[in-house]
Ligand binder design. Structure first.
Ligand SMILES: [Zn+2]
Length: 399
């Protein structure tokens, strides 16, 4: 369900001023009242009044100022971590990941269930999702009554208005699933449904960058390749939330078949699946450490490249070179301030990372290169679930 339709959501802000204060504190804590005044331009009295209300409701806390030992610390307002919590849950063909996050955006529990969901029926998957939510609620100290809501991060095409997952190409029976209604009924909690790409860029934006970059691309790299986009401070998800399919950009005349049915797609040439395939085909004729692996995965190839295995390095360098060129094309079109790559890239080692950076910078227009910052994300796991949790908490902060 889209955020504005979550009628029964537990709202922390009662009006626009409180929303503004909570969002500023979220991105800048600890911050003083004067700090908030200078960022909003609103009168000091109005900010003070609203802040006092948020403090009295224990939504905000204020620390410092009473410490008599050592230098007097600056007073600072923060979101109260003990006010409550939310749950983000991401499901896909390979399993379910969940995160409980307190109201100060700090993860307080995580769980991973590796299970093949590609061919399971809807009822079974929905039951597994509910069981995962209930189990993570048991793991944390806060009572269940303090749970403000749940975000379901879905691998498919989403119908916002109906709260339905319409279709997921990676899960056979996952079509027309009434995710929101079913989960709300079972869990007795407000449920927000969102797509993976939206959730992931939100995770890095909130938890790593403190919402500080107005124009951001987040490049997801794994079995698939996708691109989350934030432009002029707005997340771009497109019609049907289908924007960002970077993996299906045709980058080569190769006849390599992609899972989308096309040929020569970036994903078919440069994803983890693709490099595993290329390595498996190359092992026989090469003296590679990879030949000892029983079932070769893309991560094995990345890690072998980091260990300077010649076959792996050649394959990974070529893949990352292609990735760099493709991302440069998107940079030239959208002009982000920052490109943030999935932390998985680090597994390939510093030399391979340098190949990616060089290839991107070489292909980007000079005008864009000057203002571009390229980084690798520090978030290493549960990114979709974290983003889901951040999304529903964002919704609670909005009046
Ligand atoms: Zn494709």
């Amino acid at each position: 369900m889209s955020i504005d339709k979550l009628l029964n959501l537990n709202k922390l802000a009662a009006n626009g001023t409180q929303t503004t204060i909570l969002q500023i504190v979220r991105d800048n804590s600890p911050i003083s009242r004067s700090g908030i005044v200078s960022l909003t331009g609103q009168p000091h009295a109005a900010i003070s009044r609203s802040t006092a209300i948020l403090l009295s409701k224990n939504i905000l806390v204020e620390d410092g100022g009473t410490d008599t030992k050592g230098p007097r610390r600056k007073r600072g307002l923060r979101l109260n971590p003990d006010y409550g919590y939310v749950i983000g849950i991401e499901y896909g063909p390979d399993g379910i990941e969940a995160v409980a996050m307190n109201t100060a955006y700090q993860p307080i529990a995580k769980s991973t269930k590796t299970i093949d969901l590609a061919n399971r029926d809807q009822k079974e998957i929905l039951e597994l999702i509910c069981a995962t939510v209930k189990s993570i609620q048991k793991d944390i100290k806060m009572p269940a009554a303090q749970c403000l809501g749940v975000a379901a991060v879905d691998p498919g095409l989403i119908d916002d208005d109906a709260g339905i997952s319409a279709l997921a190409t990676t899960m056979e029976h996952w079509n027309n699933v009434p995710v929101v209604n079913t989960l709300e009924e079972q869990l007795k909690l407000p449920v927000l449904l969102l797509g993976t790409s939206t959730a992931k860029i939100l995770a890095v934006d909130r938890l790593e960058l403190n919402n500080s970059i107005a124009n951001l691309l987040y490049i997801e790299y794994g079995k698939g390749i996708a691109c989350g986009m934030k432009l002029n401070n707005t997340y771009i998800s497109g019609q049907g939330h289908l924007a960002g399919e970077l993996g299906h950009l045709q980058i080569s005349n190769s006849q390599a078949v992609c899972r989308c049915g096309g040929v020569g797609c970036l994903e078919a040439m440069a994803s983890l699946t693709a490099i595993a395939k290329t390595a498996a085909a190359g092992i026989e004729s090469n003296n590679s450490s990879l030949s000892q692996k029983h079932e070769l995965t893309g991560m094995d190839v990345l890690r072998a490249a980091a260990q300077h295995d010649r076959l792996a390095s050649r394959i990974v360098d070529e893949a990352l070179e292609r990735l760099g060129v493709a991302v440069a094309g998107i940079v030239n079109i959208l002009s982000p301030k920052m490109v943030l790559f999935d932390s998985v890239i680090n597994e390939a080692g510093s030399e391979a990372v340098a190949v990616l950076m060089r290839s991107l910078q070489k292909t980007v227009l000079a005008s864009h290169r000057r203002q571009l910052e390229i980084r690798i994300s520090s978030l290493t796991s549960h990114i979709g679930a974290l983003g889901g949790a951040a999304a529903i908490l964002d919704a609670c902060l909005t009046a």
